[in-house]
Design a protein around this ligand. Sequence first.
Ligand code: LLP
Length: 473
Amino acid sequence: MVLSSVEATASGAAAAVDPGLDRCFELPADRLSPNRNLAPITTRLDALGALEVGGCQLSELAHRYGTPLYVLDEATLRATCQAYRQALERFYPGPSLALYASKANSSLAIAALVAAEGLGLDAVSAGELLTALGGGMPPERIVLHGNNKSAEELELAVSSGVTVVVDNWHDIELLAAMVPALGARARLLLRFTPGIECHTHEYIRTGHLDSKFGFDPDQLEAVLRHLAACPWADLDGLHAHIGSQIFELEPHRDLAAVLADALQLARSLGHGCADLNVGGGLGIRYVAGDDPPSIQDWVRTVAEAVVAACSERGLALPRLLCEPGRSLVATAGVTLYTVGSRKEIAGLRTYLSVDGGMSDNPRPITYQSLYTAVLADRPQAEASETVTVAGKHCESGDVLFKDLALPPAASGDVLAVFGTGAYNASMSSNYNRIPRPAAVLVRDGVADLVQRREQPEDLLRYDVLPSRLSPLS
Ligand code: LLP
């Protein structure tokens, strides 16, 4: 089967037939590593040639739930969870746990699914933490991150039995003032910047030295000595994260050596440090030209590097933790939009406007991110037009696709955008007072609403009109 052209390339030119998407429809190509697929593993064409995911026809979902609509494929999400678990069990001889980085997409339903698959979770705020706990994630499998945690967030974590990833001296001061009074001990990981560069977008590099996250490596010994003298603190391990949407394996290999050096130092100062947390960062395939490593290759590289680095230093193997976000949920997500207005500028450009945009997916305007899309009802029709797909916000840069090859599309057609399961809903906004979309979880032909659509009236909920300004006063 050959599908129509669906991709906007980096150069802005429309690409021809997309073999990657084709594979996804046909095979569920890389079932073991869905981060290498463009579409969810359950993506199929029905008898009429319309797209379905999780056994649900996408345009039917659009009509039933309205658009924009986030669709999440349960099978893909479970497959990525299982891929991480199985690869860790296969390639790492010690204990291990993958923690889902819930900043990628935080909801009760996702937390519940990830917990049921046996993973843990990384939260970075009280909101993400409450969502995880509300979804049934056991507190002992949760870590709380953040470069500026509030006292309230720290207290919630410690009193719930969640591990705190200490990021700076401020965290330590707040904890020292609180933990003894709570009559508790705090389980801690310590985060430092590993000083590893990797080739990804400038905004999403966190491992280099000029980073707001974690202790500078120069401070490591001082903070380890300080914590060794804190009776309220149990330092369970060390953490570092080098960035996101990374296709290279080498930086992750380098990270293992940097972490093992720090582990050696920590243990020599009397810390048990049973855990080594290597962060997340594995990329996904947004467009056909992307070629990320598989989850297996990533885990194998990390696991082998940690084993080698520990044995070189004579260290007992730590429990290996990692924090995948994007590679766990992105491919499971599809966003549906309805096409509305059309503007043709002769000899220049044709704008197709959809009913969402930068408020439900801020990644194109923020990072110039590329995506893959098709018309949900006729993905195989000849892509004879090149269009610019614009959002509905009052901002010229609110463009989801610059040059997208599509079959002629009319008002009412449903556009399906792939790879939107990570950093779309979680980074959404109400710009222009546009309500956030609903989200549905699909599986075996059944769609469950997992996030209700916001209503315009919801957006007034927290406004307060002082009585002296009230038109009735
Ligand atoms: N652990 C830590 C400490 C992190 O800071 C992050 C991501 C992760 C894990 C998960 O990384 P992942 O596996 O998703 O690459 N908004 C950006 C991505 C920001 C990532 C921030 N930290 C985007 O839309 O591309």
